[in-house]
Design a protein around this ligand. Structure first.
Ligand code: OSB
Ligand code: MG
Length: 370
């Protein structure tokens, strides 16, 4: 794949409903799109960074710097054999995986066009459709949150995940369990606690949650092992799993019993597949996490989630409509009456195209490198 030109486009798309987590409240999706031109083909990708470094150390500003000043000068007008070859060529850059993933993801899109195959086939996906879960932000009070839960249960969402933080945890879950004793329920702390909160997590065992996502800090793999030992509820790691080595360490130390894989967080689909395979080998159930993606990123997540290890648990990959009034693919992502999403493949002929008019309407900056 000869790289002839790369564009970066910053877009803004308002959420239909603000999304509040333990780290920030999002009013819109502020995202960088990447457009890689190669020998007459164009690979689009969506960088998953946010405006600020709230979820992990990167943000749109650092991604722009790393792409513009380091990665793009390195790859422009060179020939890249594969996404893996690209990843090998940027090994000298520490971290910055969201930035690397943006280019890596675009290379996969070019590869799909070159081979005429679906991403599902290239990755080795086995499932025709994936199970959809919902990740709900914090609300001003429990009544409002319960209304949100009711709305998505009525639509058939297979798992309800709520965000928690100190002061908005035990009582909120208790109120939900009173109303819905049997739904598949999970909580995500986005690393808002420390091991000092161990008693709180022991008390949460009574709620038979499917898992507790990222209770402690992102580097606290050892503390997560201590917490996992002390509680019945499985811990699911998200932020902590930023590489294959981190996944291996967490498995060896028994820091978790479930892993949320986000391909962007680990530097792209190639690395994410390695982590998936590692988890399958060690019988660790995985599910595909989300970053409130626009359509381009969402569609790649759907194909990634068709890998065999993802068959048990529901994913944070939902309909476009769950997040936004407008989106940037044709068609927009939608759910089936079974609340699944059909995986694009050669057999079903489903193809998502980028809605360039929608991209233009959301664009606030455009950089061209050629
Ligand atoms: O921790 O999984 C997370 C959104 C932004 C950043 C981190 C997370 C999330 C979500 C929403 O929980 C996932 C989604 O629906 O896209
Ligand atoms: Mg999470």
């Amino acid at each position: 794949m000869r790289i002839d030109r790369i564009d970066i486009i910053r877009v803004l798309n308002p959420f239909s409903h603000p999304f509040e987590t333990s780290f920030t409240k999002f009013e819109n999706r502020d995202a960088l799109l990447v457009k890689v031109y190669s020998e007459g083909l164009i690979g689009w990708a969506e960088c998953k960074a946010f405006f600020g470094p709230y979820y992990n150390p990167e943000d749109n500003g650092t991604v722009l710097h790393v792409l513009k000043d380091i990665i793009i000068p390195r790859v422009l007008h060179t020939d890249i054999e594969s996404p893996k070859a690209f990843m090998d060529s940027v090994k000298f850059i520490k971290g910055n995986r969201l930035a690397k993933a943006a280019i890596e993801n675009a290379l996969w899109e070019i590869l799909l066009q070159q081979t005429g195959k679906s991403l599902k086939t290239l990755l080795g996906g086995t499932q025709d459709e994936i199970k959809v879960g919902v990740s709900l932000g914090m609300e001003k009070d429990i009544t409002t949150l319960l209304k949100q839960i009711e709305k998505y249960l009525a639509l058939g969402y297979h798992r309800t995940k709520i965000k928690i933080k100190p002061g908005k945890d035990y009582d909120v879950i208790k109120a939900i369990r009173k109303e819905y004793p049997d739904i598949t329920l999970t909580v995500d702390a986005n690393s808002a606690y420390t091991l000092k909160d161990i008693e709180l997590f022991k008390r949460m065992d009574e709620f038979h949650l499917e898992y507790i996502e990222q209770p402690l800090g992102e580097s606290d793999i050892v503390d997560h092992a201590a917490l996992q030992q002390a509680i019945e509820t499985p811990i699911c790691l998200d932020e902590s799993i930023d590489s294959y080595d981190a996944a291996l360490a967490a498995i060896k130390l028994k820091s978790c019993r479930v892993i949320n894989i986000k391909s962007s967080r680990v530097g792209g689909l190639y690395e994410a597949k390695r982590i998936h395979d590692l988890c399958v080998e060690h019988h660790i159930p995985v599910w595909c996490g989300g970053m409130t993606e626009l359509g381009i990123g969402r569609v790649q997540n759907i194909s990634f989630a068709s890998l065999p290890g993802f068959s048990q648990l529901a994913h944070d990959v939902a309909a476009s409509e769950r997040y936004f009034a407008d989106d940037i693919t044709i068609p927009k992502v939608d759910i089936t009456p079974r609340c699944t999403i059909v995986v694009p493949s050669e057999e079903n002929g489903i193809v998502y195209a980028v809605d360039e008019k929608a991209v233009d309407a959301m664009a606030v900056n455009h950089w061209i490198f050629k």
